[in-house]
Design a protein around this ligand. Structure first.
Ligand SMILES: C[S@@+](CC[C@H](N)C(=O)[O-])C[C@H]1O[C@@H](n2cnc3c(N)ncnc32)[C@H](O)[C@@H]1O
Ligand code: SF4
Length: 404
């Protein structure tokens, strides 16, 4: 078997060598591209499922995709797996079992690795959650969005609030670790309705909540036919209120949209935000991998059919992108992630994970400490409350200079 190595495609002359003293933790993202129906606000790589999912074809391609990535991560331990989508809960118990067996047989999965599966309450039978848990899933992330039937209808969701509640109960029975995704600033939503949604979400005492401001993404039905959304004042009031409510009930907002209890942060997402490494397999999946002298980013073809066709050729043709990150872009890429975290990261991560000396960005750091956007902390890189409010400006301060 010829194993394609993305290394051979890296263009020479893409900047000076990056020297990493050690490699960061490694995670795995698996993309499942199908949903019952496409939601009008969604720009994820998700496609309406055919009458019968091509599960075997998908898993054969997934195996081929993984096997072509393996030479890049030989021997490394994997701390987490995230099976996202799309709607992975559409997969049969047998398919999910085969997927996890594949990951276990090919990778060095830590015995206590976090294994998350994303689920839609409209595709969430309780028995299937139990089967998923028996296969090794230990965390379920549910796309609740709202507990209000009108809002769910306006969002084009395939489930109502009762199904949302049933799915939460089923998920909490199957696994200890559950996340609920809830969105706010929904079409026609009032601040009081948003508050009700947050109160209900908190009442289940899951260990994690992801609270997202609905955004109008280009190339979605909502971008073409915009619904009537709350005005800026109302959506800012909703955001302030949910921050207040979660804090008053002991939730830890550790990232812009992520809230945890009992130390239940998402280890997988935390690894992204701490500029860790990840393999991305499945259609349209992204990866970031470090080597002692460079960092590469990969992305696979978005079309499920094309990805399946190309992955099994095992010639690398399923990659849409595969290139080294130039060292001049690394400070911005690092800051784009770590500044999202309330507590930031240890300062030494910068050099350890980018290979760029911290001294190179000290003038920018100092300038932003003076502006009150970065904390004056010798051992951590972290924002102040003000910096969090003007996060885009702060992140952009680390963009490479024109012409550098
Ligand atoms: C891949 S989906 C989660 C699982 C499943 N597909 C579902 O929707 O039930 C990830 C989450 O991103 C959030 N999301 C998707 N599109 C969004 C948008 N336009 N604005 C804000 N949040 C969005 C939703 O909360 C959604 O649950
Ligand atoms: S179910 Fe989730 S991934 Fe699928 S279209 Fe809706 S929001 Fe997107």
């Amino acid at each position: 078997m010829t194993v394609f190595s993305p290394e051979v495609r890296i263009r020479p002359g893409s900047g000076p060598a990056t020297l990493l003293p050690s490699l960061p933790p490694l995670s795995v993202y698996v993309h499942v591209p199908w949903c019952v129906r496409k939601c009008p606000y969604c720009d994820f790589n998700s496609h309406e499922a055919p009458a019968e999912l091509p599960e075997n074809e998908y898993l054969d391609a997934l195996q081929a995709d993984l096997e072509q990535t393996l030479p890049l991560v030989w021997g490394r331990q994997v701390i987490s797996v995230f099976i996202g989508g799309g709607t992975p809960s559409l997969l049969s118990a047998q398919a999910l079992d085969r997927m996890l067996a594949l990951l276990r047989s090919h990778l060095n999965l830590l015995p206590d690795a976090e294994i998350t599966l994303e689920a839609n309450p409209g595709a969430s039978e309780a028995s299937r959650f139990m089967d998923f848990a028996h296969s090794g899933v230990n965390r379920i992330s549910l796309g609740i969005q709202s507990f209000n039937d009108e809002a769910l209808k306006a969002l084009g969701r395939i489930h109502d609030s009762q199904q949302a509640r049933q799915a939460i109960e089923a998920a909490m029975k199957a696994v200890d670790r559950v996340n609920l995704d809830v969105m706010y600033a929904l079409p026609g939503q009032t601040p009081a309705q948003s508050e009700q949604d947050i109160l209900q979400a908190m009442s289940y005492e899951t260990e994690h909540l992801s609270l997202y401001h609905l955004t109008l993404e280009p190339n979605t039905v909502f971008a073409k036919y915009p619904p009537v959304l709350p005005n800026d004042d109302d959506s800012a009031a909703m955001q302030d209120r949910l921050i207040e409510l979660t804090a008053s009930r002991g939730w830890n907002q550790y990232e812009i949209s992520a809230y945890s209890k009992r130390g239940g942060h998402s280890r997988h997402n935390l690894n992204y935000w701490e500029f860790g490494d990840y393999i991305g397999i499945g259609p349209g999946a992204h990866g970031k991998l470090s080597f002692h002298d460079r960092i590469i980013r990969t992305a696979t073809t978005r079309s499920p059919a094309q990805w399946m066709q190309n992955a099994i050729k095992r010639d690398g043709s399923h990659y849409a992108h595969n290139a080294r990150v130039t060292p001049k872009d690394l400070p911005f890429e690092f800051m784009l992630n770590v500044l999202r975290l309330k507590e930031g990261v240890p300062a030494q991560y910068f050099q350890e994970r980018t290979g760029v000396p911290l001294a190179n960005i000290l003038p920018v750091i100092k300038r932003n400490i003076e502006k009150g956007l970065l904390a004056s902390d010798p051992v951590r890189i972290r924002t102040t409350d003000l910096g969090w409010r003007f996060l885009n400006d702060l992140q952009e301060a680390f963009l490479p200079d024109e012409g550098s």
